[in-house]
Design a protein around this ligand. Structure first.
Ligand code: GTP
Length: 302
């Protein structure tokens, strides 16, 4: 079955980092989000990958090709943003089968989805959260969807749209071709009202990486699940307070202190006496000598 990654958004909420690096290329524990997604889609049984990107999306396509996770990758370049629904609608001719997976390029899943391939209706994967503020809330009773509330303003617990779907081509054809549209607002309510959409609850690890806060939190949560300081170079002469994820290609001064809950990417440079905790140092970023950094994303914005 084909899998589609929606990777052509602007990533405005993760600026300024997304000026240079498209959001789906942002690293999660030093691996680009799209590469983690490709691994997950393979684990769901997808055999061919279609990536929907904007004009600067060649970086995304290139990193996916180099990963070798999918032998076949097809890219669809958009000349203007059409939204999640419009982008998918305009690439429908590229799908080889009647059914395909679709994933937002800014969510992360670890775990199994046993029922996903066994329904006759299109499926939206939902995940239970204690605070759905800022997410799309899906009111559902087991697999039956009762309604949607986009981005509730009040803190509410419940099931949110996790950004992963198994869709039927004919269902997506309900959207008008060549027009801007949102899957969440323009397609799913219609499918649900026609009894053509089911919910599937994902109980594994899930996170959305679309804002600075969520991006940092996902790093903390995933590191929490790691044993010790996985990802740290085996012999290092600087102080490491686990958990950490440190690229062997980072250059870190021997008098620096890294951790806890800190990621340092390839090509990053950390000066002498610097102390970094609960932070993500992106590839190529420079941390000056004696800097004290806690709870920040540090990038190379040049
Ligand atoms: P923000 O600007 O911060 O909201 O980020 P975003 O542009 O990525 O938008 P959003 O988080 O709503 O998008 C969810 C997913 O859909 C992301 O993976 C986007 O890359 C993707 N997406 C959004 N709009 C488009 C589009 O017009 N075309 C394509 N191909 N993907 C899109």
């Amino acid at each position: 079955m084909d899998a589609v990654i929606l990777a052509g958004g602007l990533g405005t909420r993760l600026r300024p980092f997304t000026y240079k690096t498209p959001k789906p290329m942002m690293p999660l524990l030093n691996v680009p989000i799209v590469v983690r997604q490709a691994e997950f889609l393979r684990s769901l049984g997808a055999t061919r990958l279609v990536v929907l990107v904007n004009a600067s999306g060649w970086k995304i396509v290139s990193v996916l090709q180099k990963s070798g996770i999918f032998p076949k990758i097809q890219a669809h370049y958009e000349s203007r943003p059409l939204g999640t629904g419009g982008a998918l609608r305009s690439a429908l001719d590229m799908m080889q089968g009647e059914w395909f997976f679709v994933i937002n390029g800014d969510v992360c899943f670890f775990g199994d989805l046993p029922q996903l391939a066994l329904c006759d209706e299109s499926v939206i994967v939902v995940h239970e959260v204690t605070d759905a503020t800022g997410f799309g809330l899906v009111r559902c009773n087991n697999e039956t969807i009762e309604g949607f509330t986009e981005k509730p303003g009040e803190p509410t617990s419940g099931f949110i749209n996790a950004g992963l779907y198994r869709l039927w081509k004919q269902d997506v054809m309900l959207l008008a071709g060549g027009e801007s549209a949102s899957l969440e607002r323009d397609l799913f309510p219609i499918l649900s009202s026609r009894g053509r959409l089911r919910a599937c609850v994902f109980r594994g690890y899930w996170s959305d990486l679309g804002t600075h806060e969520r991006y940092l939190n996902a790093h903390y949560e995933l590191m929490q699940e790691m044993a010790g300081s996985e990802g740290t170079p085996p012999s290092c002469d600087f102080q490491v307070i686990p958990p950490c994820c440190i690229s062997p290609e980072a250059r870190i001064s021997s008098s620096a202190s890294i951790g806890p809950y800190t990621t340092v990417g390839a090509g990053a440079v950390v000066g002498e006496g610097a102390s970094i905790s609960r932070s993500v140092i992106l590839p190529g970023a420079q941390v000056r000598a004696y800097a004290q950094i806690e709870g920040f994303i540090v990038g190379d914005l040049t």
